[in-house]
Design a protein around this ligand. Structure first.
Ligand code: ACO
Length: 403
């Protein structure tokens, strides 16, 4: 590979192989926890994941209760304030959030431009970055200013996703409807018509379940950025860049691509066996925390997928997904994670494949902002150490003596 001056980039690679590395024993206290597995990096009161029993709580409340009785807006209120709202608090909060959905024409222009050059997650990350800069009164030191920014970004995110979608499909955009709930309005802006009650509920439940999940990679990235006292928009942009990867939020798109590639029930076993023999990761399977009991969110998403398939009178995707889960379990003893069933569910709701990860970001912004606010409220710069394993005490060779 050459740069425009004809410089061969490969010539730099050679250096890597020549470097003598330290090989030897380090004291036990210097052991590295690869991937930070098992390391406690902060105190947090936002959510608790108990992987041993497959349980999840938001602010101490079981996700099963919230899934059965709450809405996305109610959960956002809980995550941000630590309390469930009263009926009048919830009503006022919903109205305030809905009033923030519209986005300035300038942001639309930027997104329109980006939609021709960038993939959705990149375009939306850039658009969020622009959107987040548009708040002259922002002051990280004031809790009310942080909440205002959190509301502003959470309310507008679905508008950006829907706008990107319609623009890239050559369709007219649909303005948000403040009379509709957050999830229902998103589907309305995407499709230009109101969803059925089941579709609205499926969207709301999925958003609620995806809103928060403790110290996952993207949340940690957001907190690292916030710990430097950078602004909330910068922290959200860091989180989006981290979510995009296929080992994290990018897995939902990968899982759906795999289901389509497999295509038929007969092809499930040969496909998975081929992939595992080639040492490929099966996207949508495995989870650092849920190795023992499986992902606490999966049963709800799976049930909603079933109901949407029943509404459509077509169970193909549901059966295919279950067949894949069965074979992966037989071969690797890996549980499906939330990305796996969320992908076909979103497909049934008409969300295009390349918007699955932006959708994830649109839900998780609730948790990201809660964590950023928690970080600001009790901040200490996050700055871990690394064990140096490179060469030591090398002589400096003057440039005219190097070969
Ligand atoms: N497919 C095949 N093998 C897997 C998978 C998978 N999906 N997941 C884990 N393994 C295997 C690994 O190959 C490894 O085996 P080895 O010890 O023989 O090398 C072992 O299980 C442990 O894997 P790690 O990568 O060390 O586990 P870790 O906890 O670090 O990774 C992760 C968790 C990244 C989620 C992993 O399970 C994975 O890559 N899954 C696929 C991507 C995915 O679905 N990500 C979404 C996660 S959920 C979310 O972000 C919302």
């Amino acid at each position: 590979m050459e740069t425009r001056t004809g410089f061969k980039v490969e010539s730099l690679l050679v250096l890597d192989n020549r470097l003598p590395m330290f090989v030897g024993e380090y004291p036990v206290e210097q052991q590295v926890h690869e991937g930070l597995e098992g390391v406690l990096v902060a105190r947090s009161a936002i959510s608790d994941v108990n992987g041993d029993i497959g349980a999840l709580q938001y602010r101490g409340i079981d996700i099963r209760e919230l899934a059965a009785h709450s809405t996305f807006e109610e959960v956002v209120y809980l995550l941000w304030t630590n309390e469930l709202p009263t009926p009048s608090q919830l009503e006022a909060f919903k109205i305030a959030l809905a009033a923030e959905r519209e986005v300035d024409a300038g942001i639309y222009e930027i997104l329109r431009f980006l939609s021709h050059y960038m993939k959705p997650m990149d375009a939306l990350r850039t658009a969020v970055s622009v959107l987040a800069s548009d708040n002259p009164g922002e002051d990280n030191t004031r809790p009310e200013s942080r909440l205002m920014k959190a509301m502003y970004l959470t309310a507008k995110f679905p508008t950006l996703v829907a706008y990107y979608c319609r623009e890239s499909q050559g369709k007219m955009w649909v303005h948000p409807d403040p009379r509709l709930g957050h999830a229902e309005n998103f589907l309305y802006m995407m499709h230009g018509k109101r969803p059925t009650p089941l579709e609205a509920r499926a969207m709301d439940l999925t958003m609620l379940l995806m809103a928060e999940h403790s110290f996952n990679a993207s949340t940690f990235a957001a907190r690292v950025t916030a710990s430097t006292l950078s602004d909330m928009g910068a922290a959200i942009t860091s989180a989006m860049g981290t979510l995009k990867g296929p080992l994290h939020g990018g897995a939902n798109q990968g899982a759906l691509e795999m289901l389509f590639e497999i295509g038929t029930l007969e092809n499930v076993e040969p496909y998975i066996d081929r992939a595992l023999a080639a040492k490929q990761r099966i996207l949508g399977f495995g989870h650092r925390i849920y190795r023992k009991a499986g992902d606490s969110r999966v049963p709800y998403i799976k049930d909603m997928l079933y109901q949407l398939c029943a509404q459509a009178g077509d169970f193909h995707l549901y059966e295919l997904a279950n067949a894949v889960a069965e074979v992966v379990w037989e071969r690797k003893r890996l549980f499906p994670n939330v990305d796996f069933y969320m992908a076909p569910l979103l497909h049934m709701l008409g969300i295009p494949m390349d918007l699955l990860t932006p959708f994830f970001a649109m839900c998780r912004i609730a948790g990201w902002t809660a964590h950023i606010m928690e970080q600001y409220a009790n901040n200490r710069l996050i700055r871990p150490n690394a064990l140096y394993v490179g060469p030591v005490e090398r002589p400096y060779i003057p440039i005219d003596q190097r070969v």
